[in-house]
Design a protein. Structure first.
Length: 143
């Protein structure tokens, strides 16, 4: 299991940040590897909402399911991937008021399964690089 954390400060209010993050159809705007994200079950912003995301990993494209697992306006958004694959992810976006707006802390847990588990010790640098790209893109979107 690998854990990655990213932090973003913004002048936007906690509610504005929450509203942006809880809508997973907006992921392609700031997650470079998400090409498309569509709500397929439930309601945007409600626990249990499920999305189908078309993602690009390396040179290949694939579809993955993602579920909204926590939704506590304006402070917490939680998620998990649904597909039974070699890698699953879960995490939270915690939103706190700050003197100049808000701070977002994104904690993600990556779990590997099967033969991919052998490569887990080598995944750290790539995960940190991906998290840094997400962090920068989210900072730009929330500016």
């Amino acid at each position: 299991m690998k854990k990655v954390q990213a932090k973003v400060s913004t002048a936007k209010s906690p509610q504005e940040v929450y509203d942006y993050l809880v809508d997973f159809e907006r992921h392609p705007e700031w997650r470079f590897d998400v090409l498309e994200s569509k709500l397929v079950e439930g309601e945007t912003g409600r626990v249990g909402a499920r999305y189908r995301q078309r993602v690009k990993q390396g040179r290949r494209e694939m579809e993955v399911g993602v579920e909204l697992t926590e939704a506590e306006p304006p402070r917490l958004v939680g998620f998990r991937t649904l597909d039974e694959g070699p890698v699953t992810a879960s995490g939270t976006y915690r939103i706190s008021p700050a003197a100049s707006g808000s701070e977002v802390t994104n904690d993600v847990v990556i779990e590997t399964h099967g033969v991919v588990r052998l490569f887990e010790p080598l995944m750290g640098p790539q995960l940190r690089k991906t998290a840094a790209r997400y962090e920068e893109a989210l900072r730009e979107r929330l500016a």
